[in-house]
Design a protein around this ligand. Sequence first.
Ligand SMILES: Cc1ncc(COP(=O)(O)O)c(C=O)c1O
Length: 428
Amino acid sequence: MDARTRSAHETELVAKAGRYLAGGTLGNLMEDVILARGRGSRVWDVSGNEYIDYLLGSGPMLVGHSHPEVVAAVREQVERGTTFFANNEHAILLAEEISKAMPCAEKVRFCSSGTEATLYAMRVARAFRRRDRILKFEGGYHGMHDYAVMSMSPPAPAQFPAPVPDSAGIPQAVASTMLVAPFNDLETTAAIVDRHHDELAGVIVEPFQRVLAPRPGFLSGLRELTARYGIPLIFDEVVTSFRFAYGGAQEFYGITPDLCALGKAVGGGFPLTAVGGREELMAHFDPSRVGRDQFIPQIGTLSGNPIATAAGLATVRILKRPGTYERMHALGRQLKAALQRICDAAGVPARVVGEGVLFEIYFTDAEITDYRSTLKADRPRLARFVQLLREHGVFRGASKFYLSIVHDETDVRETIRAFEAAIGALLR
Ligand SMILES: Cc1ncc(COP(=O)(O)O)c(C=O)c1O
């Protein structure tokens, strides 16, 4: 494949983005490429360059871009009305589907972003336990609200359990409501929970943190620890729901939390996310179940709108077909193994970590198990690799490869060729 060309039109749009968008971007750091369309596993920029897409809109396009069944469902609903701010059939059927899929989701509430979903899940835990503090894990990503941007990606981590804000504009008081523990380190986490259990409202974790798999026993240990003290355990499944398995990471790892936040794929590429959880906890959204002082109003203009829920329902029905997950995991494993093999053969120190459906390469010899170990990797080299891949027709974000169910053997073959070319170029 040839290096990409850039048309005068794209150059002009990039300049205009710099002129009118804050920072020249939508916040996603992809300021130098303007995408025009996507179909299946491929995207095209406005200059006409084609890429195999492993960004997938940062995850939502799990059934590929413009899947005909999703397009048909959306088109049909658009003709009938866009949003009602009232119950609609698609939303009710999608809630049923989520509840049947996700082991902890006896009840469901919709919102529009993953940020909202984790915010509400934390709020439910606080209302239920009548306490303020939430424990999260260093390097865990839960969106952009004040509590989530604590020790999300601190350049200089603090001593556990002290949180470090990752954003300007966060009230100082927020830090006193959060505790931070190391992912994959059950002993340190247990010591923090043992000491603070009486103040803790909940523990929130990405069961597969960013691209890091949980060590055997970590999630079950966390489950046991939180259950011992009656502390709600929240799985942030914004990424993993309907991706690792139909029942998300809960099914994949066989651990059932008390609450979960769902996002990305469940909205089929539209702004739709959800909170799910046990009856007893979700009762806080129901004024007929709890007293006024325990009620959590949860209102969003577009929450559960019929376009997004139609897209979500069409998406999960596609995902439910037999063999979907086996095939996607197997293709991803091929890619992952090939990338490691190519680096090893070229003598490039690298660790390819994660699962087939979601993986990343770290340019380092060191074992990658938690946020601090990721800091040891050569980040400029990764950025260069990402750029080289793009020049060889492979599109991905700054921090991972996402697989879809429509990536196929041809995509994998072409991607492996691009890996070889990019790793070769890194050494020149
Ligand atoms: C695990 C996790 N939680 C929450 C979020 C926030 O979701 P959103 O970007 O929809 O607010 C993300 C987004 O990438 C995520 O990966």
